[in-house]
Design a protein. Structure first.
Length: 95
């Protein structure tokens, strides 16, 4: 599942959680079952949120959402792919 989580700096980051077949957090994933990601698409770090999540055939997690890039609330669409359980990839080409 994916959504957003408020950071210590009071900024929303993309949050991803993986559940076991029993429906509880998979503690082998990320940090106790969750991972967070922030985007600086505008060169600054404002709010980010996930609005969709899916799995590739190779079980890599794809997260779609948005980043708010300035105090005026301008948003930009973003898609990120998780490599492993905590690292977010920078591109989709070739892999």
């Amino acid at each position: 599942m994916a959504g957003s989580a408020r950071s210590a700096a009071n900024i929303s980051d993309i949050a991803v959680a993986r559940l076991t077949a029993a429906g509880v957090l998979d503690t082998s994933f990320g940090h106790n079952g969750t991972a967070t990601f922030t985007s600086t698409v505008y060169g600054t770090d404002y709010d980010n949120a996930a609005t969709g999540v899916t799995l590739q055939p190779d079980d890599k997690i794809i997260v779609a959402g948005y980043a708010i890039g300035d105090a005026a609330g301008d948003a930009q669409f973003q898609v990120v792919r998780m490599i492993g359980d905590t690292v977010f990839g920078n591109g989709f080409e070739g892999n």
